[in-house]
Design a protein around this ligand. Sequence first.
Ligand SMILES: Cc1ncc(COP(=O)(O)O)c(C=O)c1O
Ligand SMILES: N[C@@H](CCOP(=O)(O)O)C(=O)O
Length: 462
Amino acid sequence: MRYISTRGTAPVLNFEEAMLTGLARDGGLYVPETIPQMSATEIAALEGLSYEATAYRVMRPFVGDVFTDDEFEDIIGRAYAGFGHAARAPLKQLDQGHFLLELFHGPTLAFKDFAMQLIGQMFQTALGRKGERVTIVGATSGDTGSAAIEAFRGLDNVDVFIMYPHGRISEVQRRQMTTPQESNVHALAMDGDFDACQARLKDMFNDFEFRDGVRLAGVNSINWGRVLAQVVYYFSSAVALGAPHRPISFTVPTGNFGDIFAGYIAKQMGLPIGRLVVATNQNDILHRCLSGHGYHKGETVPSISPSMDIQVSSNFERALFDAYDREAAAVVQLMNELKEGGFDVSQGAMQVLQSHYSSGRVSEAETSATITSELKASGELLCPHSAVGVRVAQAQRETGTPMITLATAHPAKFPDAVEQASGIRPPLPPRMADLYERSERVSRVPDDLEALKGFIRENISA
Ligand SMILES: Cc1ncc(COP(=O)(O)O)c(C=O)c1O
Ligand SMILES: N[C@@H](CCOP(=O)(O)O)C(=O)O
């Protein structure tokens, strides 16, 4: 299995190299050269399997000979052993034909654990074998960072630096990043918004002297391994509802476009998916773009679903690459225009995008109202991100095709917004009940590339 860059000029890599590399050296994102196919018979055979067994069958063809069968099985087993639900990603019925996929039973209570726990294990196996050390730098609007710190804390061979937008994440998210005391993990509270954090991350990858000097690696969804791990729950949930014998649609609260792009990959592999519905909060660049108004950056406005307060959705580049028939030159042109503020999508590419994705936008008031109404209707207490998804799904459901909305975080990660809407302050699970008492360790950093590089150089292990 070979991986190519969306910008066409970076070296072609195998799975391990792509995973350890992060951003391609031409600034693009790695994607598989061809997408492995699963036949209807192979998909049907997933019925009744454990989540781990499904994960093995879905991901195995993407990994090639990088891990032996036994190694890969062990990696998957270790990755999901710490989840707090036997099904890992249980489905709950909300309404006739509408289901919630609970993706928040991992160690940090958000869907990011599905991929981060897995790539933590893959990094450890790959780096241990090579006797190499890497420096992981990540940008987060709250959940990627906490999942990364949890997955890599105390591991040999890695130092982890996570930049988050100071004052723009929930207290639980912050504490999950600042309370681990292992010396190989560092939480950096940066001035600016998530887009600024992500831009500095990409700047570091594009600075080859720094990149090679610290052996930079990335665990944001620029890393193909992140996307791959998320493909699995599209299969497990769709099969539980009758796929491949009938199509299933998905609504996905969307920010950096990694999660919904994983759904698109599942569809390309052969899973019969009806619609992939992008649900955004008031930071609605994706909704505007998919509605035909071009991809033009605006101001990021803080919301009660802060993890989705994003303007530049990193993985949209992967979607554009396919929509432009894998023409890297077209992607390079669009990304250059994006640096100047935005771009318009050609008619042909827009038709391709709209054939896979629909979209909807949810205001702050609608998000709160959905938390309130869903609690009344089904007894489900939603986090604000999942509420954005449920609201859009309610508007876009089609009779006859079951709709699965991804519940991307536990309500206890966003207790203020949830309490304001529902009157209920969701408690943290017992294993992290003392989170508010633990001492914090955090470094305030400016939005300044040189200062950030200096900080990282000074704080990596020898
Ligand atoms: C809770 C939550 N929901 C939804 C999203 C959006 O996911 P994605 O960035 O993969 O689109 C994120 C982060 O981005 C998140 O943390
Ligand atoms: N919402 C995310 C933003 C980063 O997304 P990623 O999928 O590229 O890591 C977060 O919680 O940090």
